[in-house]
Design a protein around this ligand. Structure first.
Ligand code: FBP
Length: 246
């Protein structure tokens, strides 16, 4: 495979947490974007996910790892109903070397219309440039009774299909008996699992095995990789689970 060729399956390394959660997710090593990008490079992940600030300063196309630029952002400082709005254009993402763009939609939030409208425009523009579009589909807000039930996650997957996303990134449901239904709900939109808070190696690998066996195309993970003491081995183990199902 050619370097930088974007794959719609595999392992994406997420590192957009500095805005979403603040530095509390980081330690002396992981606070450094260079450290995390180096993990991506050494372990040859299939893409790295960054926001525009870190991408501009630290990302170089010649590392050979495709960039997914996340176009909307929010902080965790504001309370109330979730909303994340666009802070980077598709054109800017292209100029930063991105191979694909991402956007989070909090469906169910009081503000879902704002995000759906922004996503719709991004999807049209990115596809005009031939760029894949990834929806972080995270139902959330006071109207959403259980944001991690299988029914809610299947709905999240379907929203991405209906909105024209090539890939949807969803949370692992709190009951994993309906993973295949979630994949079916997404139609031809590829389904990726988000990592969530760091758990034990065994628990995390169990989740990866379950989703891959159910037909997910990959994982888009942050903390469960770079918070690990041995992130490269962690990625290799995830890779072998994915490869063994192909
Ligand atoms: P993790 O694997 O660390 O959970 O990262 C996935 C991700 O979607 C990130 O891209 C994002 O910053 C974070 O989770 C948002 O998490 P949440 O919305 O649950 O706070």
């Amino acid at each position: 495979m050619k370097k930088n060729e974007f794959k719609t399956e595999g392992i994406y390394l997420a590192y957009d947490h500095g805005m979403e959660h603040g530095p509390k997710d980081f330690n002396e090593k992981t606070i450094s974007a260079e450290y995390v990008i180096d993990i991506a490079k050494k372990a040859e992940v299939d893409a790295i996910i960054l926001l525009k600030g870190t991408a501009r300063v630290y990302y170089k196309k010649n590392i050979g790892i495709p960039l997914i630029l996340k176009l909307n952002q929010k902080t965790s400082m504001r309370g109330g109903e979730p909303i994340s709005t666009q802070t980077c254009s598709v054109k800017e993402a292209i100029s930063l070397g991105a191979s694909a763009v991402g956007y989070t939609v909090y469906s169910g939030s009081e503000y879902e219309q704002v995000m759906l409208q922004e996503f719709g425009k991004i999807e049209e523009e990115a596809h005009r440039y031939g760029m894949p579009v990834i929806m972080w589909s995270y139902p959330r807000g006071k109207s959403v009774a259980d944001d991690e039930s299988p029914e809610t996650i299947a709905y999240a997957a379907r929203i991405a299909l209906e909105m024209g996303a090539d890939i949807v990134k969803i949370k692992y449901p709190d009951d994993d008996s309906k993973l295949k239904w979630i994949v079916k709900s997404a139609g031809k939109t590829k389904v990726f699992m988000a990592g969530g808070k760091a758990v034990t190696d065994e628990e995390f690998e169990e989740h990866v095995r379950h989703v891959i066996n159910a037909g997910f195309s990959g994982v888009a993970v942050g903390r469960n990789i770079w918070q690990s003491d041995d992130p490269i081995t962690r990625i290799k183990r995830i890779r072998s689970i994915i490869d063994s199902s192909r």
